[in-house]
Write a protein that binds this ligand. Sequence first.
Ligand code: SF4
Length: 449
Amino acid sequence: MADAQRDDALEWPQTLDVASLLGRGWRPTPFREFVLKVHSRCNLACDYCYMYEMADQGWRRQPRKMARPTVDRVAERIAEHARAKLLDRVDVTLHGGEPLLAGEDHLRYTIETVRAACAPEAEVRFHVQTNGVLLDRRFLDLFLEHEVRVGVSLDGDEEGHDRHRRTSTGHGSFQSVQAGLERLRDEPYRRLFSGLLCTVELRNDPVRTYEAMLAFEPPTIDFLLPHGNWDAPPPGRPPDTSTPYGDWLVAAFDRWYRSREKRTRVRLFDDIMMLLLGRPAGGEAVGLSPVAIAVVETNGRIEQVDSLKSAYEGASATVLHVSRDPFEDALLLPSIAARQIRDSALAEQCRACRLRFVCGAGHYAHRYRSGTGFRNPSVYCHDLQRLITHVHGVVSEEVAVIRARRDRATAGGSGGSGGSGGSGGDDQMGGGSKSASRWRPSMKTTASG
Ligand code: SF4
């Protein structure tokens, strides 16, 4: 469908003139995160997977495993980039498919090779994103030895998780993932646990989903909207002004925000709150921070983030390969530069939107429409508006309460008043009190900074 109608050269961002940007003083942000596709296949067959079930079927042409000579070249290229850009630290994520299918020896080789190439100038922090099914003590010992942080994909409770995350024979994976997570939460591995990734499913209750994940005491939860775009809308996202995903996320936000003790960070919610308070956020889902992530496919090809594969065949591809091209060359591709020019990359509708510095047109992959490419509002535009305005309302309300409490304490003349909770809250929300009540000017400041 979309592929037949596409003329790549006319679609944004292929029309972006990078030479002109450079001439006007723009400089690319160096890559600080490298995603290595160490294995291109998966031991699950989740029916919503953007790698295997959506537009781009390029995985079929990839070698199963990244060969050792390719690992050697990737390691040299990362070290070369770190030296060229004077980076003293980079992050490397072992990814797939399912990265644990590459086997313990291969992962050890990859970790040791990349780390040795970058030393002593740049420290390498390793992460692995796994479905958790194969997470046994052999892998955990390896990750402990090399301080590899482990993120696991989990979609809530057993019923919710097994709705999509099944094996090719149709068996749910929850029980295996739960066993892997229990091992990860055991000592001495617990400190490696970086968090849970959950794909939103409208048929799963948001509060039940959040609480099921909370039972594993993850340091971080991230809610991902299912990938979709204007040509291939997400499930249950009709072309009207309804907000099914916004409503789902609002319910989860309220449950999280009203908790007495927030031991778990929810990245999407934290990012929105930070942006509302005029501070930068690190994720790709909202905001306008430059994206500084490079992906290397199992065959050594340098690519953009793989979620773009949900748009059309070849959407994440570049012509570059680690055997001949430095990562610096990738920074000058229109497709990668477009992710680093903040609101200049937005569609007219988004540039006129009062939420643009918080929303940032949402996830890049969700903006695609054949003909105009990635220069459109998010297909989740109404959902994002619903969530962001709700978070803004809740934060503003809290700021007003804290202010009133502080004013009462000041009027009462107690010099050290406010108490430990009050003063901590005031500290956190003081910037917010300004931002929340005058949030548009504050966000402008953020963007220009
Ligand atoms: S996607 Fe919608 S809410 Fe977000 S910036 Fe664009 S117009 Fe605004």
